[in-house]
Every structure is written in structure tokens, then in C-alpha cells.
Design a protein around this ligand. Structure first.
Ligand SMILES: [Zn+2]
Length: 267
């Protein structure tokens, strides 16, 4: 389950909000071994709370309205940003596309390949297809697509993190060698300059590109924005603080900077 909000016909920008929801399907809830209190704590740690609000505010204030693709289900159903197979390094800690471990390394679900396949077929596959269609539509309408992935991450590392020794800046920009051009990275550095220190690929790296275009299509640009949660909310799982509007304004500035025809220099 996902929602797509249309933007301007001339906008190439797609905001992706994959981790903001706490909603589980009955089938996904049924396979999770935690009681309600433990599940609520796990959702507090793993949900990128209020990133949907940040994206919606930023989109509404943008000069050229971007397109938005939002996951309406929790990442504890499926995580749309993980590879659904052996390519995924997070499988090693029980956090491939279908998590079997909690953020603290405890058991989340039994190992059940049939259930995993059902969840992937019911949610992962249609989600990826819809996102790809949205990117393809921006490509045909404007000749390019700019995917901006909107996440947040906890100020203190959770045990599941594979690269937890890295710096935890206020804003972490996740890049890809083939899909993050210098103009996009520069625009993000300028837009978020007033939000605090900015780091590159630490503590989380990379950005989401539909597999159809991954490593293939230079007209699809992408960048991940990971906002450290104490910048805009009370951790874990609490309300937004008065830091949120500044983050939303910074995202608007980034959208505006890369929406114009001059954003991408002629080859
Ligand atoms: Zn996230």
C-alpha cells in the first residue's frame, strides 16, 4: 500500500517517503512475535516519524510542486529499499526486505520463507512497480527524473546498524556513484546548510533508484536525505519539535533548486 500525490506536469522531482508509517497489515502483525508494548517500542526506533509531514510541507511550499510517493505501511511489513534477495547486506542481521530480527537483534519473526514470499508478492513487488511507473512518467514528461529519498535516523546508533562507528551528522546525504551528479549534491549542501553539520554517506549510505534504471540510465538522478531525529522530533517516537519547519524549508529549497531547467547543465 502506497500513495502517490501528483505534482506539476513540468516537475522532474519525485519525493520518496518509505519509512514514515507505523501501520501493519493483519498478516504482517500475525507473524510478529512481539507483544503490543514491545512492538510499539520497536516502531518507535525503526519508524522515520514525521518524514511524511516534512515531505508534504516541503512539497506544498515548492515553486514547482514535486511528485510524492509515500509508503502507507510500516517497514516492518516489507522494507521497499532493501534488495529482496542475496544482494542485500542487511540480510546478515535479519533485516532484508522482510525483517526477522528487531533493531536490538532480538527475534521479530520466525524464519518462514513462504510467509516472506507472500509479503514480497503482496507488497514489495507492486510498490516497486508503482514507483518505477512514476519515475518513468517523469522521464517521458521532462526527459529526466530526480528522486529525493526522505528519511530520518536516531541520534544514538541502534544495535542493528552495520556502520554504527561512523559520524552522525545533523544531515546525512546518501549518494550513488552513477546516479548522484555533483549539481544535485551541491544543491543539497546549500539547501541544508543552516540545519547543522552535513555528512556524506555516514552513518547510512546510498540512495534508492528503481532497478530498471539502476546503473543504466543517467537521466535518473537520486539522493538520500537522512535527517538526524533530534533535529526535528523527540526521540524515540515522540512529537515533532520546533526544529521541523526549518528542515521542511530546507527540503523546499532543494526541490526549488533542482526543479528549474537550469538544474542540469547541457551535456
Ligand atoms: Zn528510513
Amino acid at each position: 500500500m502506497y500513495a502517490q500525490k501528483p505534482g506539476a506536469a513540468r516537475s522532474a522531482v519525485v519525493l520518496h517517503v518509505p519509512h514514515s508509517s507505523r501501520t501493519l497489515t493483519p498478516a504482517a502483525r500475525g507473524s510478529i512475535l512481539l507483544d503490543d508494548a514491545a512492538l510499539s517500542r520497536e516502531l518507535d526506533h525503526m519508524t522515520d516519524a514525521h518524514t511524511d509531514l516534512i515531505a508534504a510541507r516541503a512539497a506544498a511550499a515548492a515553486t514547482v510542486t514535486p511528485w510524492t510517493h509515500r509508503n502507507l505501511l510500516s517497514r516492518l511489513v516489507i522494507d521497499p529499499e532493501r534488495f529482496p534477495d542475496e544482494r542485500e547486506e542487511m540480510r546478515a542481521v535479519g533485516m532484508g526486505a522482510v525483517y526477522t530480527r528487531t533493531s536490538h537483534g532480538g527475534r521479530l519473526r520466525p524464519d518462514d520463507p513462504d510467509h516472506e514470499r507472500e509479503l514480497l508478492a503482496a507488497h514489495f513487488v507492486p510498490y516497486a512497480a508503482a514507483f518505477t511507473r512514476l519515475v518513468d512518467a517523469r522521464l517521458s514528461a521532462t526527459g529526466r527524473a530526480v528522486v529525493i529519498d526522505v528519511h530520518s535516523y536516531p541520534a544514538r546508533a541502534l544495535p542493528y546498524e552495520l556502520h554504527s562507528a561512523g559520524a552522525r551528522p545533523a544531515i546525512c546525504l546518501g549518494t550513488d556513484d552513477h546516479h548522484t551528479p555533483p549539481w544535485l549534491l551541491d544543491a543539497a549542501r546549500r539547501a541544508f546548510a543552516d540545519c547543522g553539520e552535513i555528512g556524506l554517506n555516514t552513518p547510512f549510505a546510498g540512495c534508492y533508484v528503481p532497478l530498471k534504471h539502476y546503473d543504466r540510465n543517467p537521466d535518473v538522478s537520486a539522493l538520500m536525505i537522512e535527517i538526524r531525529r533530534d533535529v526535528y522530533m523527540t526521540e524515540p517516537g515522540g512529537a515533532p519539535t520546533d526544529g521541523l519547519p526549518a528542515v521542511a524549508r530546507a527540503l523546499t529549497a532543494l526541490i526549488d533548486a533542482v526543479s528549474g531547467p537550469a538544474a542540469r547543465p547541457a551535456p
